[in-house]
Write a protein that binds this ligand. Structure first.
Ligand code: SF4
Length: 238
């Protein structure tokens, strides 16, 4: 069994090998078992990231590691319902919510790049407001957990339950990768987990307000993200 001390001294190559082995060994494990492995292996050098679409992974992680760090990226463009969900999670769950913010406010970004950068160059907007702050915020951790699921889109179909994030050189844990939407809804009901109110209002995937719309009948869950643009992912998981 790898211990937290082993991981403190581990090189990136060690962590990559550890991630790949765990991905194979934990493929059939439950989400809670996967998160328990991450908590036992990485201790305080493990965090959960949450878009505050729901608090399912944060809830699971808090069962494995009470007080676990839950990292939320406040881009400055969120719906008020998303900020409200973040505040509710912080108030009632046994987690430590950490809010990351971009270096520039929206007003400062508008002054430098012009207004509505999200319409003109969404890749640059995501790089400034999501990717860079997350990279900086994750420096303290060796491993991070996400709520990625294989059934969300073809680009996520091969998501490992534990893998190697080459871009950030960290172990990336996706404990609910094998779950379906029905599994998520069943967990929410069983445990009374907080969810973003927008999920009851026609949204199936919640991101920044300017880049998110309700989905139509028959569309896939992420069709409302960057609709009408060539972009389908913000780059956090690319
Ligand atoms: Fe900007 Fe839209 Fe990306 Fe949010 S999702 S950072 S508003 S481009």
């Amino acid at each position: 069994m790898t211990t937290t001390q082993d991981v403190t001294d581990a090189t990136a190559a060690d962590l990559k090998a550890l991630a790949e082995q765990a991905g194979r060994e934990l493929e059939d494990a439950s989400a809670l078992e996967i998160l328990q492995w991450a908590a036992d292996t990485f201790g305080k050098r493990f965090c959960v990231t949450s878009s505050m679409e729901d608090a399912v992974v944060a809830h699971l992680a808090s069962r494995a590691m009470p007080g676990v760090d839950v990292v939320f990226l406040d881009t400055g463009y969120h719906f008020e319902e998303t900020i409200g969900t973040r505040d509710a999670v912080d108030a009632v769950m046994d987690v430590n919510v950490i809010t990351l913010t971009p270096r520039q406010t929206v007003a400062e970004q508008d002054a430098e790049y012009g207004p509505k950068l999200h319409d003109r160059d969404p890749d640059l907007c995501c790089a400034l407001r999501k990717i860079k702050p997350l990279e900086e915020g994750l420096t303290a951790y060796a491993a991070w957990a996400t709520g990625l699921r294989r059934d969300e889109s073809p680009t996520r179909a091969n998501t490992p339950v534990v893998g190697w994030d080459e871009k950030r050189r960290k172990v990336k844990v996706s404990p609910i990768a094998r779950w379906t939407q029905d599994d998520v809804e069943a967990y929410v009901l069983e445990h009374g987990v907080l969810t973003n109110p927008l999920l009851m209002d026609g949204y199936t995937s919640v991101g920044c307000a300017p880049c998110t719309r309700r989905v139509l009948e028959g569309e896939d869950a992420r069709a409302g993200r960057w609709a009408g643009r060539t972009k389908t992912e913000c780059g956090l998981h690319g």
